[in-house]
Design a protein around this ligand. Structure first.
Ligand code: GCW
Length: 725
């Protein structure tokens, strides 16, 4: 049974019919819900912790006591306690007003001994078990919330043996989801731009939906995977959405209030032209005093209404969005204008680095879209205010299934940098294909721009950069894949991408397989207590889901665009193959296939010079045809079809082989999946089955178009004589 969700008005609504519980079904709470719990501390987030525990207790037979209740000699199994910054020895003030079990005091002392003071920060928690009591301590309320979900993840393992005290805190302070939701349905991009999960949970047909139970349930899911910020409207800000900052601020405040109990802060995407389109000023010039005054006053009003407002997200001078270029000003001038307005209240501006010429001439081989972000932003390093976070897409182009890491991430030591991923599957199967993206993101996060001895992208994103003094933190941002669909994400298995994004933002070192395992355990828990999750039906669910999902991103890569080529998709919708769809367009996304070869020469020696934007050793690795990793070959080099890859295969044979193999993998996925009939919720089963049929159809289409295209271009037959059209 799905747990009821407390509406913001305090009423209980039964969620089961309305939406799928994702990774928080009632059964996932069995271990926690059957314990005697003590919660020490007060405040809205602590109330959330206590409410969650109370609800779980009601379902599974446990009890919850608040420290504000009358002291009781009753023993407890699980303690959640806020610690004062100075951790006292028990029984001291930590124990007031009722005595805490001695175990809690001992854990506090252990943590301080092992990690020193302030080990937990604003969101961290300590977890330990001793003397039969599992103890979660935190310095701040959000830490206890994250600690609660950590215990839920552990399940019985949180109670089965002693655990040495361990401090857990997120790598990155900012773990944010950007919604590309429109308030008013846009004639081209609809209610949610690149949304594949129905409508928006926030907006419908020009208005706020006021569906607070659902927004709260969303906040709950986000907290349970570690996300702590959400921007609630599309980065392409149209006329109606521009009003969210002013006339419709109340709608934003309502969302903020619904999410606050789960420690999720709200941000807004704003248009750089708002002073003109909403404020009635003749200009939006960032250096104009009237413009500055307008942003300052407007921002002050936002904070009066939403005191914990996070800040602004801005897409400027990009794909038709207005920006400082119109006034002959730099991107730094633009970002700093908003940063100054936000500074007094502690807000930040997420300024996107996705600036490029989307009206280029395809005949012009010297312009390279991959270069654009670096060319625009690297020279501005050091010019941004401290509360500007430059939000950089993880690859230099645009969320393709394979790209190198953006060189901007390693180019700006004096700028706070956040890395942006696309959880919504625009270019990775649009939530009709199973495509578990954590292995892809993990590769990016583990990439070391200066070679194996240097920091990784994960470290840089968490720290915000690598300059001295260290910047004040960057973050990880994901474009949300959530909509009002019953399963939240259209494809039920795409929930794993949302979950994994949060977990990787919390800890970029986590292994994608481990994350998937966590997600499976939470989402598909045994229906009964006492079931061994490793054997029988439960074991099958786990094994089969791993088989279907672990390698699904690479399978997707195999049956779509080869060797880092990218963008062989149908223009506009970006679903399904269209090899030349973008080849003669102004979008800057070409593959240059001809009868002799394919790929983009981005070398310094003979190409666009993009390789020179990387530091050593990668500049040299990518420049060299011999050293360039095969999976990025066509991103960096134009090669003949006869070029031999590391496995001895030619490029053309590799294209044929991977495309046949990719489709076979989808067939195998489908075979595996049908074994889950009766073992998972019927509605999940039906939805995934239907999507796998489409995935197989689409994969075959990809295989046949790609293979046929390259066979016709090259005239080289498949060495294995398979059918090509
Ligand atoms: O990938 C492209 C998408 C656009 C999107 C843009 C961006 C919101 O096709 O739909 O616009 O990226 O990231 O701004």
């Amino acid at each position: 049974m799905t747990p009821p969700v407390t509406g913001s008005d305090g009423s209980m609504v039964e969620a089961d019919e309305a939406w799928h519980p994702a990774w928080l079904p009632g059964a996932a709470w069995r271990a926690v819900g059957s314990r005697r719990v003590l919660v020490r501390g007060a405040g809205p987030v602590l109330d959330t912790v206590a409410d969650e525990l109370t609800r779980a207790g009601a379902e599974h037979g446990g009890t919850v006591r608040r420290s504000t209740d009358r002291p009781s000699p009753e023993p407890v199994d699980l303690v959640f306690a806020l610690t004062p910054a100075e951790l006292p020895a028990v029984p001291g003030p930590l124990a007031a007003p009722g005595p805490l079990p001695a175990a809690a005091g001992a854990v506090a002392a252990d943590i301080e001994r092992r990690y020193g003071p302030d080990a937990l920060g604003t969101e961290g928690f300590a977890l330990a078990r001793r003397d039969g009591v599992t103890v979660v301590l935190a310095d701040r309320p959000a830490g206890l919330l994250y600690g609660l979900f950590a215990v839920v993840r552990l399940g019985e393992a949180a109670f089965d043996r002693d655990r040495a005290a361990e401090a857990h805190r997120p790598a990155a302070d900012r773990r944010m989801l950007d919604h590309w939701d429109n308030v008013a349905v846009h004639p081209v991009t609809g209610q949610v731009e690149r949304g594949y999960a129905g409508g928006s949970i926030f907006w419908r047909d020009g208005r706020a939906r006021h569906d607070l139970p659902r927004i709260r349930a969303y906040g709950r899911l986000l907290a349970a995977c570690g996300v702590n910020a959400v921007s609630v409207n599309n980065v392409n800000v149209h006329a109606t959405e521009a009003l969210l900052l002013t006339d419709r601020l109340g709608d934003v405040a309502e969302i903020a209030e619904a999410l606050a109990p789960y420690a999720v802060r709200v941000h807004l995407s704003v248009s750089f032209a708002t002073p003109v389109v909403v404020g009635g000023l003749p200009t939006a010039d960032p250096l104009d005093e009237r413009v500055r005054a307008w942003w300052t006053a407007t921002t002050r009003r936002v904070y009066e209404r939403i005191p914990d407002f996070g800040g602004y997200v801005v897409k400027a001078d990009s794909e038709g969005q207005p920006g400082p270029f119109a006034y002959g000003r730099s991107q730094a001038d633009g970002a700093n204008l908003l940063a100054d307005a936000l500074a007094p209240t502690g807000g930040v501006v997420h300024w996107r680095a996705f600036v490029y010429n989307h009206r280029q001439d395809w005949r012009d081989r010297s312009t390279d879209r991959a270069r654009a972000a670096f060319d625009h932003f690297a020279p501005l390093d050091g010019q941004f205010r401290d509360n500007v976070i430059l939000q950089v897409k993880h690859g230099p182009i645009d969320f393709q299934p394979r790209e190198p890491v953006s060189p901007v991430i390693a180019a700006m030591p004096r700028t706070r940098v956040a890395v942006e991923f696309q959880v919504t599957q625009e270019y990775t199967g649009q939530q009709r294909h199973v495509c578990y993206l954590a292995p892809w993101w993990s590769e990016v996060l583990r990439f070391a721009p200066w070679g194996p001895d240097g920091p990784t992208v994960g470290t840089l994103a968490a720290a915000g950069g690598y300059g001295a003094p260290p910047p004040a933190g960057g973050g990880l941002v994901g474009v949300s894949n959530v909509g009002d669909d019953r399963f939240w994400t259209g494809h039920p298995l795409a929930q794993a991408n949302l979950y994994a994004f949060g977990r990787l933002a919390w800890d970029p070192e986590l292994d994608p397989r481990t994350i998937l395992d966590e997600w499976i355990g939470l989402t598909f828990p045994p229906a009964r207590a006492g079931v061994d999750e490793a054997v029988g039906d439960q074991g099958s669910v786990r094994r089969i889901l791993h088989t279907v999902m672990d390698d699904s991103w690479r399978a997707y890569e195999r049956y779509t665009a080869p060797l880092g080529a990218g963008f062989m998709v149908r223009p506009g919708v970006h679903y399904g193959p269209d090899v030349d769809g973008y080849e003669y367009t102004p979008w800057g996304t070409y593959h240059f296939a001809d009868r002799d070869g394919v790929g983009v020469d981005r070398t310094g020696a003979t190409g666009t010079g993009f390789t020179g934007q990387y530091p050593a050793p990668w500049a040299q690795v990518y420049e060299s045809l011999a050293d360039c990793p095969d999976e990025l070959l066509l991103f960096f080099h134009h090669v003949p079809y006869s070029h031999v890859l590391r496995d001895g295969s030619t490029v053309i044979q590799h294209i044929y082989d991977t495309h046949f193999a990719g489709v076979d993998e989808v067939i195998a996925m489908r075979h595996q999946w049908v074994r889950l009939a009766g073992l998972v919720d019927d509605r999940v089963y039906a939805r995934v089955t239907e999507r796998l049929d489409e995935q197989l159809r689409s994969a075959r289409e990809w295989r046949d178009q790609i293979n046929t295209y390259f066979f016709r271009k090259s005239g080289v037959p498949d060495a294995r004589g398979r059918r090509i059209y």
